[in-house]
Design a protein around this ligand. Structure first.
Ligand code: FNR
Length: 178
């Protein structure tokens, strides 16, 4: 079985990225077990001075969840042409500890704009590549007009988006097998 940690980069109650993350989990094959990481908003601001011993408890929990996983799925919005601060903050905690090393990782950005969060997408890939995440071949996707592709229950209503997400999951499974 494949253990995957799923992270949404949005703290918003009605986040389209969080809805999308859950929709992807629902599309996934039976051999994928997801754990939704919900602690982004509880992490302290990254500060190497407090990253001593195991670091803060919330950071240890994040690191443990990632260490125990085979792969990671990230769904993120774009804020101010960049990666949401809370998500970047979490990644900053992981730069020195190495949990992403060779970890198959899918990145999806979704935005109501026509650009699909392309700047946040490019930016998070720079960070993930720096920490040697295994960015999945065919395992990334930018979704534009997300507001038109999810219904009020958070289900995907656009068939080509659904197809694209299935391919992303296939890419993730292949990366985990290699
Ligand atoms: C945005 N949004 C946005 N969208 C985008 O594509 N590029 C951007 O730079 C920004 N910047 C931005 C700044 C601020 C302050 C807000 C409130 C919003 C729009 C954003 O994509 C939209 O609110 C999404 O719905 C946020 O994602 P979630 O929370 O729905 O997952």
């Amino acid at each position: 079985r494949i253990k995957i940690v799923a992270i949404s980069g949005s703290l918003r109650q009605k986040s389209s990225n969080t809805a999308l993350m859950h929709a992807i989990i629902a599309l996934a094959p039976d051999n994928m077990d997801f754990t939704v990481y919900g602690g982004l908003g509880d992490l302290p601001h990254f500060n190497p001075d407090i990253d001593v011993d195991d670091g803060p408890e919330s950071v240890t929990e994040l690191r443990t969840q990632l260490n125990e996983s085979d792969a990671v799925l990230i769904c993120t919005p774009e804020y101010g042409n960049g990666v949401p601060g809370v998500l970047k903050n979490a990644l900053d905690w992981l730069v020195s500890s190495g949990e992403f090393m060779n970890k198959p990782t899918s990145v999806i950005s979704a935005s109501p704009t026509p650009l699909g969060g392309d700047k946040a997408h490019a930016s998070i890939l720079l960070t993930l590549n720096m920490i040697n995440a295994k960015i999945v071949e065919g395992g990334t996707m930018m979704i534009s007009h997300i507001n038109l592709k999810l219904n009020k229950d958070g289900n995907i209503t656009d068939s080509s988006t659904e197809q694209g997400l299935r391919s992303v999951l296939e890419g993730l499974a292949v990366a985990c097998a290699n």
